[in-house]
Design a protein. Structure first.
Lengths: 421, 230
């Protein structure tokens, strides 16, 4: 076997033994030192878990809008808030949906699958006997709506083309409305009251959860356009939901839709669009910087706590070097080289950090699972990457904080160290 | 005196320190030779330079000028890692305060220089056992230094010095912390090791201890005052 490598192996084994011994011999000191790392690692992994959780909630929400659905609306999602830009645009009309469908029907290469009209209002309230739900999301559409929306029915059925065309007073309701209005009784066939009209429940959507924690798809009542107009009139918010053939080619689909809309609006080539084609990417590009900002700030702040822990380890390793000056002198007299001494102290600080990191990790995992158990809606997610990352961070902390004292130790003069009292 | 090979050959060796702007001549133009199987005592009052000489002989320090050849290797020009290797292979140290690591048992203490020599675990154990048997501690191998008397501790230290079969054993006031009876035990042990062919250099300020050796070198003010052998 190769001599130097074998020697390094024996020396490392000895250093490991010594490190274990040192940690066990100074339990309180080692624990207090490791505590800094434990707290740092808990903070960082919890932060990572929270960021992961935000990501997860985010993806769930975007999936609700649908990755393969674009929305033709008056205002653009990516410049939300600048209402004055869109105020004077003409309203979107529900008739565009059928015009688009007719236009793409003759084009086999079209990226558009189906366009569905939608009228909606947030100002609705729903009543059944003495139970009242306010701020429900009322939506008028046609029989093709399920093609463009996430979520199946948990019971009942969607309305038929005939019911849709006739504007029958029928609806499908979200899970929250079902449990809110009919907590202990069957829902199907019941008539709920919207404004001054009664409408019969045909089906119930499966529970979906909140979109970005803002509004809930479980809070909606979906009915034929005709029924919606009878109840709320015509002056409401209209958009066209368009399902595309392939979510990977959504950009091409958007261009095609923009072209179709410009034709419907009879815009000349020089005129700007007076409508917006929206998709979930717009949310993503708006929210990603926010999310990244939160992540950066979080990692930085929690990183500070680990930094403080590292300084603690550096301090205690310096003390340890001072205390063991004679031992260092002796080891050098017996033939330990500089790198042997360096390695010994590095191994010690890395071991403290690694033990601290493991304890921190176990603590963080327990906290995460407790949160998931106690607050199922709270967005936390633990990942194996996080485990690896925090262990790597622990080792790096150990090396960084142990390096300066270990170098000091390795440079000690053997003759002077042997005489050190 | 004999035609045994020269192990240590020191010529015109100086070691100066600078202290507070003044140059202290700890060793001033020393010439000194040791042959194989020498058994020598270096004596002198404090400040005479005997600790400095000990450090230089033990390769713990390098001279300011002059040459020091140890087994034909020029030690004066070696870097730190080479010195560490020479200390490990050529020199067995015995200290006044024993310098055993308290958390290791006797065997592990004796194994320490063998670890730095890259000796494998089985051979390490075997050689440490043999060394401890040689100093008469066969029944104390698993004991920790704290469970030993002063004389026993020093014998463990001697076993540690022997373990790597060095060219010279360098003992710095080996009896300084021991009572008279134990001191004599230890000196008898050195005598036996010398009879077995080892080269032993010890530093002491006690005439009584020096009288056990075959050669006495007296230092004063960094120079050799007298030397009973060559």
């Amino acid at each position: 076997m190769n001599g130097p490598i074998r020697q390094l192996r024996y020396e490392t084994a000895e250093s490991l033994n010594m490190a274990v011994y040192q940690i066990r011999a100074n339990k309180t000191r080692s624990f207090l030192t490791a505590l800094g790392v434990i707290i740092g690692i808990v903070a960082i992994t919890m932060m990572g878990t929270a960021i992961n959780g935000i990501d997860l909630g985010f993806e769930k929400s975007l999936a609700m809008i649908g990755y393969d659905v674009v929305y033709v609306q008056k205002a653009s999602w990516s410049t939300m808030g600048q209402w004055w830009k869109y105020r004077n645009r003409p309203d979107i009309e529900t008739g565009y949906a059928s015009q688009i469908n007719r236009a793409v029907a003759g084009n086999p290469r079209s990226e558009v699958l189906v366009a569905v009209p939608q009228m909606s209002t947030f100002q609705a309230s729903a009543r059944y006997r003495d139970r009242l739900l306010q701020q429900v999301f009322s939506l008028g559409t046609n029989q093709d709506y399920p093609l463009t929306a996430s979520g199946d029915l948990s019971e009942g059925r969607f309305f038929t083309p005939q019911e849709s065309a006739a504007g029958d007073m029928v609806c499908v309701i979200g899970d929250d409305i079902s449990t809110g209005l009919f907590p202990h009784e069957p829902v199907l066939g019941k008539a709920i009251r919207l404004k001054n009209s009664n409408i019969r429940v045909l089906g119930v959507f499966r529970k979906q959860g909140k979109f970005l924690g803002l509004f809930s798809f479980d809070n909606q009542i979906v009915m034929p356009l005709g029924a919606f107009e009878k109840i709320y009139g015509k002056t409401t918010f209209v958009s066209i939901r368009i399902k595309v053939r392939d979510e990977k080619r959504i950009k091409e689909a958007e261009e095609e839709i923009t072209g179709l809309m410009r034709r419907l609006r009879r815009l000349t080539p020089g005129q700007p669009d007076d409508f917006a084609v929206n998709e979930q990417q717009a949310f993503k590009s708006q929210l990603d910087p926010i999310k990244n900002g939160i992540a950066m700030a979080g990692i930085f702040i929690t990183g500070m706590s680990l930094f403080v822990g590292a300084i603690g380890i550096m301090n205690i390793t310096f003390v340890s070097v001072k205390e063991r000056t004679r031992e260092i002198g002796l080891r050098k007299a017996l033939g330990a080289r500089r790198r042997t001494i360096l390695l010994q102290f590095l191994i010690e600080s890395v071991m403290i950090c690694l033990v601290g990191g493991l304890v921190g990790l176990v603590t963080a995992v327990s906290i995460t699972f407790s949160i998931q158990f106690l607050l199922p809606d709270f967005p936390v997610r633990f990942s194996p990457m996080l485990v690896l990352a925090s262990l790597a961070v622990s080792v790096a902390t150990g090396v960084l904080s142990g390096l300066a004292p270990a170098v000091t130790a390795s440079k000690l003069d053997p003759a002077a160290s042997l005489r050190y009292e | 005196m004999s035609d045994l090979p020269v192990i240590i050959d020191i010529r015109s060796l100086c070691r100066f320190y600078r202290m507070g702007g003044q140059t202290v001549k700890a060793l001033d133009n020393i010439d000194l030779r040791f042959r194989k199987n020498d058994y020598a005592a270096i004596m002198g009052p404090s400040g005479s330079g005997k600790s400095t000489l000990m450090n230089i002989l033990g390769c713990l320090d390098t001279p300011t000028s002059g040459s020091y050849e140890l087994n034909g290797q020029n030690v004066a020009e070696m870097d730190e890692d080479e010195l560490a290797r020479v200390r490990n292979r050529e020199i067995g140290f015995v200290f006044q305060t024993f310098n055993l690591l308290p958390r290791l048992n006797c065997l592990k203490n004796v194994e320490l220089p063998l670890i730095y020599a890259g000796v494998g675990p089985e051979e390490r154990l075997e050689r440490a056992r043999a060394a401890l048997e040689e100093v008469g501690l066969a029944d104390r191998m698993e004991h920790k230094p704290t469970e030993l008397s002063g004389g026993q501790s020093q014998r463990v230290a001697i076993a540690r010095a022997l373990a790597n079969r060095p060219s010279i054993i360098l003992a710095d006031e080996p009896t300084g912390n021991l009572d008279t009876a134990t001191s004599h035990d230890i000196m008898e042990m050195f005598g036996k090791l010398s009879d077995a062919g080892n080269t032993i250099i010890l530093i002491t300020h006690e005439e009584d201890i020096a009288s056990f050796t075959r050669r006495t070198i007296k230092l004063r003010d960094g120079k050799i005052e007298s030397d009973t052998g060559t």
